[in-house]
Design a protein around this ligand. Structure first.
Ligand code: ATP
Ligand code: MG
Length: 392
């Protein structure tokens, strides 16, 4: 039955649109992001009116299940529904409500009709629409009862600019701000559990991501890089298009190992990561860097160690996971489908060179003294020159 009706997605930006940004800019970015996410599914029209966005497929082969799943991951959306659209005529509306929601109503014990009339030229007022629809549905589905407090099925009828929309309860959107509305940041992405979650969280606040991964061939393999790509493909369902910058890091790690005290290896390596990420980030228009660090998780994530790391960064470093427990981080990673990829075994550039006794309370003067043995500018320039790019 459903396929015979004209089905659309009805997206509500709600009050999110009013926060901070001017509504027009916010909605323009959201429309662009929606277009980008829906484009692979075939032609569809996007229209905007009355704090709603309408997605109308232009061909019957347009996959509405997939479209609905994609929309659920786009930030800046308060709620959305799959709806059928009919002409603004009460007979057509009643008929469409009964057939479009037939399966839900057949399975339900109770229902309630809610009507909203934003097109005030429609002759019936909302209470009259509810009354007529309630009566009609009780006739068509005699097993049903009306429950205005906790109905099994909520039948929504919205009389809007472009037609009458009928749908069941709306679904929660991803919330947040449209990606691109809050600038860009460089995400330091490893193959672990934390950094994909950190990227997801910043994207939720409207930050566009530019990704940076440090690879150490031959200690790390092509497989490790593929794992990062797979992780970013999952993050991209929320964060949209991203460029991945792969930095050759082996030479720097070997030089640190050769010239610096072993207990400072990790902290010095992390400072090099920050310097290189700062250079790439600046060239790519990023205003900040993002990592998946969380206080106390490993030796390099104590407050003194983080302070030494920060001192090498030329951009603000955002750490959205800083106060989260591993369990909480894992819960998010499961929800965004990165967990199963993250736990695949692989060699990381950090694990290969891990010192036996890393210093948990490094002093910046000591770190700077140790680093003086290296020609940092030359090493950084060489690494930046060897960067490879991939589009996600
Ligand atoms: P993750 O689960 O994200 O790998 P982790 O708990 O293993 O984090 P570390 O390995 O100490 O922690 O790394 C801390 C952060 O440094 C990561 O969250 C990530 O942002 C960054 N990082 C670590 N290794 C790399 C790498 N090879 N390339 C890019 N960034 C990295
Ligand atoms: Mg890691």
């Amino acid at each position: 039955m459903k396929s015979a009706l004209h089905e659309v997605l009805l997206i509500k930006t709600g009050e999110l649109a009013l926060k901070g940004l001017n509504r027009g800019t916010f909605e323009a970015i959201l429309m662009k992001n929606l277009r980008y996410r829906l484009k692979p599914l075939g032609p569809c029209t996007l229209r905007k009116a009355q704090s709603a966005i309408y997605v109308e497929p232009e061909s019957p082969s347009f996959d509405m299940d997939e479209a609905s799943d994609r929309v659920s991951k786009v930030f800046g959306i308060a709620a959305y529904s799959r709806a059928c659209v009919v002409e603004k005529e009460i007979g057509a509306i009643l008929e469409a409500a009964a057939s479009y929601l037939a399966d839900e109503l057949a399975d339900a014990g109770t229902f309630k009709v809610e009507a909203k009339r934003s097109d005030k030229s429609f002759p019936l007022q909302s209470p009259a629409i509810c009354e007529q629809a309630g009566g009609y549905l009780l006739e068509r589905f005699p097993h049903l009862r009306v429950d205005v407090h906790a109905p099994d099925v909520l039948v929504m009828i919205e009389i809007r600019d472009f037609g009458a929309y009928i749908h069941a309860r709306q679904l929660p959107g991803a919330g947040g701000m449209p990606v691109g509305s809050a600038g860009r940041a460089g995400l330091l992405i490893s193959g672990g559990i934390d950094s994909p979650v950190a990227g997801y969280m910043m994207a939720k606040r409207g930050v566009e991501l530019c990704c940076i991964h440090f690879a150490s061939p031959p200690y790390t393999s092509e497989r490790a890089e593929m794992k990062v790509v797979s992780l970013l493909e999952q993050v991209a369902a929320y964060a949209g298009h991203m460029e991945l910058h792969i930095v050759p890091f082996t030479h720097i790690q070997e030089e640190i190992q050769r010239s610096c005290p072993e207990d400072l290896f990790t902290i010095i390596m992390r400072r090099f990561m920050m310097r290189i990420a700062t250079e790439i980030g600046r060239a790519e228009g990023c205003g900040a860097l993002v990592t998946g660090e969380s206080v106390g998780q490993v030796a390099s994530q104590t407050i003194p160690a983080l302070a030494c790391t920060d001192a090498a960064a030329g951009l603000p470093v955002f750490r959205p996971l800083i106060g989260m427990d591993k369990e909480e981080i894992i819960a998010v990673s499961r929800r965004i489908d990165t967990f199963d990829i993250s736990i695949q075994p692989y060699e990381d550039c950090c694990t290969v060179f891990t010192p036996r006794h890393p210093r948990t309370r490094p002093k910046l003067e000591k770190v700077l003294e140790a680093e003086a043995a290296l020609d940092a500018p030359a090493l950084i320039a060489q690494a930046v020159q060897g960067v490879r790019r991939r589009s996600i």
